[in-house]
Design a protein around this ligand. Structure first.
Ligand SMILES: [Zn+2]
Length: 441
């Protein structure tokens, strides 16, 4: 740091009239190697303001001073230790001292003096959670179909995170925070408690990419956009030079986090002459494979009649359902269909309530059951109408009880029996809820 400061000071001495500024509309940033250098800049700025009848709003949330890389000192600590940065008034006697801050909101992003963007990440997740809050209710009350809620999620919730997503590669625990949040949202969308398997929930919603993988995709695309700029572009020059600095930089952090998962950087990509959309597809494929490896370990802890594998992970059945042009009432059943497949509709219990007991009773016919899913789909007297309709639609080829249950759960959107299964799942989900409410009362 002392070498860097010395070099900056040498530049000041070589070019004393140099002003270092980032001008963005009415939010300029002025940089200086020392308090003396920045105070000289303030004097020049003050004269310019007087000549052009411009004025800076000075206050804690307006024009402030920051020491980049200056550690964790609070504004008051800094004020006690260092000389003020002063904005003199060229037209009169009033001189204003800028408040020192450790972070300041610039262009909508809270910039931290240590270039740590954890505060940004936490703020974005908090704002996105606020937007998310209404979505589970829409699904549970059957006001909106699942695919509609997922589109709302992308437009209203994910877009809030996406605003600053390319910066999250600079947050050391970004993977933990983002992956946990997206799995929580997935479980809440499917109406299940937090201790259920988040990997299964993500799969049911067709979210192949984890929360962190979404961030890495944004990072790769931001790097590609910068590489594509002309060589004499200032933004590109700073980006390229950022790889060689000894301190932390976005260029270095983004390259390290991309390479850690095997993403090929834009200039090294074999098909570098291709379009951005082709590169995005290439990066997405790499990330999907990485996520699949992690997902397999997590999903193995979930017991299900129909095993979750690559077909379920990569095949987005929500999109497949959307292309079917189902009636509105059938579209509303898709939510319960996902819950049924994951085994998250309560089918058995003790006296109608959830229980961990080995022997439980079927919620619908009250008979003693050891495998409630197999029982309800293949034997339960309560569901014979739906079962007959399913067997009829499939041509009556299923033989054993276990195979019948698996056949129901493995039904795909393109199968002729799909609508029967949708309505069956919905009826089962609603009846289960009704019986649980009755048992509690
Ligand atoms: Zn039963």
């Amino acid at each position: 740091m002392s070498l860097e400061a010395s070099a900056l000071r040498a530049l000041d001495l070589l070019a004393p009239r140099r002003l270092v500024a980032i001008l963005h509309c009415d939010d300029p940033v002025f940089l200086g190697s020392s308090r003396g250098a920045i105070n000289l800049t303030m004097q020049v700025l003050s004269r310019w303001c007087f000549e052009h009848k411009a004025e800076f709003h000075v206050g804690d949330n307006k024009t402030v001073a920051m020491v980049l890389g200056g550690g964790l000192h609070s504004g008051s600590d800094m004020a006690g230790q260092v000389a003020d940065v002063l904005l003199p008034c060229a037209g009169g006697p009033v001189t204003q001292a800028l408040t020192f801050k450790v972070w300041h909101r610039w262009l909508g992003i809270p910039f931290d003096a240590r270039l740590c963007f954890r505060r940004v990440l936490q703020e974005r997740l908090r704002l996105a959670s606020g937007e998310f809050a209404a979505l589970p209710g829409l699904l549970e009350s059957r006001v909106a179909p699942l695919h509609f809620a997922l589109e709302l999620f992308e437009a209203k919730v994910d877009s809030v995170v996406a605003f600053a997503r390319w910066l999250f590669c600079m947050v050391p625990d970004a993977k933990d925070l983002l992956d946990a949040q997206y799995e929580t949202w997935a479980k809440q969308l499917l109406g299940v408690p937090s201790w259920k398997n988040g990997a299964v929930a993500r799969c049911e919603l067709g979210w192949g990419l984890s929360g962190y993988a979404r961030a890495l995709l944004a990072v790769a695309m931001r790097r590609a956009a910068l590489w594509r700029l002309p060589d004499d572009d200032l933004y590109k020059s700073v980006f390229v030079a950022g790889h060689g600095v000894t301190t932390s930089s976005w260029a270095k952090c983004s390259l390290d986090s991309s390479q850690a998962v095997g993403i090929v950087d834009w200039p090294s990509c074999a098909t570098a002459q291709q379009t951005k959309s082709a590169y995005k597809k290439c990066v997405s494929d790499v990330l999907q494979q990485v996520c699949y490896s992690e997902w397999q370990g997590a999903v193995a802890r979930h017991g299900a009649l129909v095993p979750y594998g690559w077909e379920q992970f990569a095949g987005n059945h929500i999109q497949a359902v959307r292309r079917l042009s189902l009636s509105w009432s059938d579209q509303l059943c898709v939510w319960s269909w996902c819950r049924l497949r994951a085994g998250w509709i309560m089918l058995s219990g003790v006296r109608g309530l959830p229980s961990r007991a080995r022997c439980q009773n079927c919620l619908f016919c009250d008979s003693r059951v050891s495998k409630p899913m197999v029982h309800c789909l293949s034997c339960c007297s309560h569901w014979c109408t739906f079962r007959d309709a399913f067997v009829h639609a499939t041509g009556g080829l299923v033989e054993t009880a276990g195979r019948l249950a698996v056949a129901v759960l493995a039904t795909k959107p393109r199968d002729v029996s799909f609508c029967v299964v949708l309505r069956w799942a919905d009826a089962m989900d609603r009846e289960s809820h009704r019986l649980q409410r009755t048992a509690r009362d």
